[in-house]
Design a binder for this molecule. Structure first.
Ligand SMILES: C[C@H](O)[C@H](O)[C@H]1CNC2=NC(N)=NC(=O)C2=N1
Length: 93
């Protein structure tokens, strides 16, 4: 199981990660699209990196808005896997 990061490690990595906010023991980002179809197309692009990493974002879709939350459920907080996946997701349009 991935190891929980310390508060100092979380702060250090979060400060270098633009577009994401820390919400307690989770990382969160929001995207807005033209419509539902575009929002779902974006969600579909998350499948491949998530499957490859063996790590899966929590996803909320509200019409044209997508909220992505990352945390490591098994570990009960943030691990390196969350920051690595966040960086990958940031590169997806
Ligand atoms: C066995 C499998 O690797 C685990 O259940 C993985 C799958 N994806 C996961 N994703 C996330 N976000 N947290 C987990 O703890 C987690 N566990």
């Amino acid at each position: 199981m991935a190891q929980l990061l310390s508060d100092a490690e979380i702060e250090a990595q979060a400060s270098k990660l633009s577009g994401w906010i820390l919400e307690g023991s989770k990382l969160e980002t929001k995207r807005k699209f033209k419509d539902f179809v575009e929002a779902i197309a974006f969600v579909n692009k998350l499948v491949e990196p998530a499957q490859t990493a063996g790590h899966h974002p929590d996803i909320e879709v509200s019409y044209n808005k997508v909220k992505i939350t990352l945390t490591t459920h098994d570990a009960g907080g943030l691990t390196q896997k969350d920051f690595d996946l966040a960086r990958e997701i940031s590169q997806i349009d």
